[in-house]
Design a protein. Sequence first.
Length: 329
Amino acid sequence: MSFFAVLFALLIEQLKPLPARNLVHDALSGWVRWVGRNFDAGQPHHAWVVWIITVLGPAALVAIVYRAIYHYSFVLALGWNILALYLTLGFRQFSHHFTAIRDALERADEREARSLLAHWRHFDTSDLPRSELLRHVIEQSLVAAHRFVFGGFFWFVVLSTAGLGPAGAVLYRMAEFASRYWAYRSHVTGKPTNEGLMQLSSRLFERIDHIPARLTAFGFAVVGNFEDAIESWRRCAGLWTHQNEGVLLASAAGAVGVQLGGQAAPDLQSDRSRTFDSGDRADTTASAGSTSGVVPQPAHLRNIVALIWRSMVLWMLLLALLSLANLAG
């Protein structure tokens, strides 16, 4: 069931993607805001209460519904999986940003490309050299592909194997969403937020994402230049502030032979708190240095797209083999 659920969800999402602003996004925002308003009194233990209700509550609910439906109908249970995955996974939830920037660069319209990147990443791109513009687009696209596809995919497979249906995909999406929301609320809206809640949400998501990030990085290595990817992973993952992002980007850089990391224009730092609406939470600006490889060129954008799709095919094939093994057993 897992293989067909993911396959159909991704196909439907390609044909009819969710709009950037949609009822699901608004409902999630309202849910997280309501839980925080009613259960957060500013104490350290309240942060745990809010996180458990916000993240584990929806995951448990979809698991209960799945078990109840599966008891009566396999087809309805499959449909429930597809619906949940359609709402939590999808390339089209971020790819419109990438596609628009790539098209602008192919038209040699760097001004438009900078404007689109500024809208996506929420920082001033006017002084970015062309190579840094491409680097930011590549890095953000890789992180977004993991956040919106591979991370939820891995957790879905793990918990669906345990008989919990789409609970894993919902768990991952809610944990990622909550970690962005509290930073957004505090830094952008100016409304007070429990500092412990922000730190806890970020820390727990990093732990939830620890293994999926490394599996995604390994997938990039397998479908790309394996030796260079592993060497880059080993030597350069520490260039980025956030370890999970560093593993992803270092592996991808080696897999396609592109130079990532490095320092952007002077005093240019992306604001992670302003990435709530665009679906990003990663500050992928390197602390120092860069990976080895060729300076980013427009052709690398297509190489990155190919890398992501080949990796998706790899994991789908492995999931299909797992499903066949379960049927045979």
